[in-house]
Write a protein that binds this ligand. Structure first.
Ligand code: XMP
Length: 511
């Protein structure tokens, strides 16, 4: 039996991914699809959720889904825009709100005998975010909950399993939001709640076995969480037919290549370490523009990976650690003509001429789910808990041109910073940390001597997805000790600064 799932039809709301997260937290698999690209309605689809939207249903170009085969057939839950669309589409009236409602509200009436609202009481706090209000409902629609200001805060189409709510249950501030979603998914859609890390691993390994048979697969490992988890899953499915390649581009952290290679081998992976440091330094020679550096590194990586892949006789597949946020097709919130596909840093960069078929075993998972899958396969916490590290590595943390000597200095600085974070118990509280080599020299004194050496910046940020970030308020005592250690131990550095910029308007990396 195919995996049960819930479809989430996206109308461009900023919260659509959050709905998906909440559904999955209930151990139910779900997928997000643009409202105008509904996939085939197979038997394993247990219900459908319509997301919110930056559009108004009254807009000339308001997104209108074709719900044939869904509405009145499958359980359906409209959220915000979804609720307004369902009402308007059947002849209800939706008008601009007298006051635009954003933020907290409380339910003043709750029909708690309605299956959607079981266990939710009057007074429950909900999160509103809408500029339109449903004024009148069509016949056959029944109000099931209200707030002081919004009479139609929720309704059901009585003869159908069609429900709708004006507020956002997926948002943390809707205190009973999880209960409401659970009511819909478990009681109304009758989902089995059997989607968890172990069942994902089991099902994916079976699927990979069936798909790949005796074919050989090549995978580029980076030391990062995604490629590591992808590697272990594939290894479980096809064993020695998985050929892993780990390239040392000379821009990794200190000792990273040796340590991680060792760990991979300890896990039984068939991995070839390729020391290509000099080839990368060669192409970087004299380049100082960040994008030129990125391009040179990307192209060189492809060359090397391609050379290595050609050494594997008869390889048919290229595996990648792509994850779900990279492949979700999102509806343009600015009202652009069609769906936009997110472009992302690392994937899509491998050459067509390799003529390999692509397999991406993690492309339905969010980042923390990848970690959970990794844990269920007993991958070491030191690999799973790693901070993200950019593909071009230290090259984009050395401002301006990259030389072997600058890399060496930065590796030492970074090593002191990261090991200090670990020993102070701060590493896991930080989303990403690193050091930046500044092309600035400044005057200092050491002993009786005047010095004129380089400065480095330290950066540590909190974030959930890298899209926004804030600097971490590391303790002064900690910063003092790290700064002292760096200046005393790393020759060539006489000044350390700490980056206190948030993203936006700054970025996490300096280049
Ligand atoms: P920014 O600097 O854009 O970084 O705020 C956001 C996240 O992306 C990482 N990053 C990269 N990752 N190749 C990568 O693989 C790149 O060229 C690249 N640039 C930035 C950055 O480390 C952070 O996690």
């Amino acid at each position: 039996m195919a995996q049960e799932k819930i479809l989430i039809l996206d109308f461009g709301s900023q919260y659509t991914q959050l709905i998906a997260r909440r559904v999955r937290e209930l151990n139910i698999y779900c997928e997000i699809h643009p409202y105008n690209k509904i996939p085939e309605l197979t038997d394993n689809i247990k219900g459908v959720i319509l997301s919110g939207s930056p559009f108004s249903v009254r807009d000339e170009h308001a997104p209108i889904p074709n719900l044939d085969g869904i509405k009145g057939v499958l359980p359906l839950l409209g959220v915000c825009y979804g609720a307004q669309h369902l009402a308007k589409d059947s002849g209800g009236e939706v008008l601009p709100s007298k006051i635009r409602e954003y933020g907290r509200a409380n339910l003043s009436f709750v029909n708690s005998s309605n299956p959607l609202l079981e266990g939710i009481s009057e007074g429950s706090q909900v999160w509103m975010s809408h500029g339109d209000t449903i004024i009148t409902l069509p016949k056959g629609f029944q109000i099931i909950t209200s707030t002081e200001d919004v009479e139609v805060a929720g309704y059901q189409i009585t003869k159908e399993k069609t429900f709708a709510i004006q507020f956002h249950p997926e948002v943390y501030h809707s205190t009973d939001g999880k209960q409401l979603l659970s009511n819909f998914l478990v009681n109304i859609c009758e989902c089995a709640q059997d989607w968890n890390a172990d069942s994902f691993v089991q099902r994916t390994v079976e699927d990979l076995k069936a798909k790949l048979g005796n074919d050989k697969v090549v995978l580029g490992l980076s030391g990062g969480v995604d490629s590591t988890v992808a590697g272990v899953l594939l290894h479980k499915a096809i064993g020695a037919n998985l050929y892993c390649i780990f390239v040392d581009n000379g821009l990794l952290r200190k000792n990273e290549f040796e340590n991680v290679l060792e760990q991979y081998r300890g896990m039984g992976l068939n991995v070839k370490g390729v020391d290509s440091k000099e080839r990368f330094y060669e192409v970087l020679d004299g380049l100082s523009d960040p994008e030129a550096k990125r391009k040179a590194i990307g192209n060189k990586f492809i060359d090397i990976f391609d050379d290595e892949a050609h050494l594997i006789e008869d390889v048919k597949w290229l595996a990648q650690g792509t994850i779900y946020p990279d492949v979700i097709e999102s509806v343009s919130a600015t009202g652009g003509p069609s769906a936009t596909i997110k472009s992302h840093h690392n994937v899509g960069g491998l050459p067509d001429f390799m003529k390999l078929k692509v397999v991406e075993p993690l492309n339905t998972l969010f980042k923390d789910e990848v970690r959970r899958i990794g844990r269920s396969m007993n991958i070491d916490e030191s690999l799973l808990g790693r901070h993200p590290f950019p593909g071009p590595g230290l090259a984009i943390r050395i401002l301006g041109d990259v030389t072997k000597e600058k890399v060496r200095i930065l590796q030492e600085v970074d090593h002191i910073f990261i090991t200090s974070l670990i020993s102070a118990g701060l590493y896991d509280k930080v989303w990403q940390a690193g050091a930046i080599f500044l092309p600035v020299q400044s005057v200092g004194v050491m002993g009786d001597e005047r010095t004129y050496e380089n400065a480095v910046a330290l950066r540590a940020v909190e974030s959930t997805d890298g899209m926004t970030a804030d600097w971490v308020h590391l303790p002064y005592e900690f910063l003092a000790k790290v700064s002292n250690d760096i200046i005393n131990k790393v020759k060539g550095i006489n000044r350390v600064v700490y980056d206190i910029s948030s993203k936006p308007p700054a970025t996490i990396e300096w280049e």
